[in-house]
Design a protein around this ligand. Structure first.
Ligand SMILES: [Zn+2]
Length: 80
């Protein structure tokens, strides 16, 4: 590649807190800060841009709420 923009696939722990220009599948990110987030419900970790971290958090929240609602329905029906 002729430019110095990194790929979103090349991130590692050393990039946390750095500001980068990144090429991702959904667009070209300039001045993107690399962050690491951990899901409090299951402990899964994500490393990437805030944009993608937001998707990770929202996705996990939706998934765990879904999981919890399934458990609640099962309990209402008297358990498995
Ligand atoms: Zn999770």
């Amino acid at each position: 590649m002729s430019n110095d923009a990194g790929s979103i696939d090349d991130l590692n722990e050393d990039d946390i807190g750095k500001i980068k220009d990144l090429v991702a599948t959904d667009g070209y990110y300039t001045q993107a800060e690399i962050v690491k987030v951990v899901c409090p419900a299951c402990g899964e970790e994500f490393l990437g841009t805030k944009r993608h971290a937001g998707g990770f958090i929202a996705g996990h929240r939706a998934f765990h709420e879904f999981e919890n609602s399934q458990d609640a329905i099962i309990q209402q029906m008297g358990g498995i």
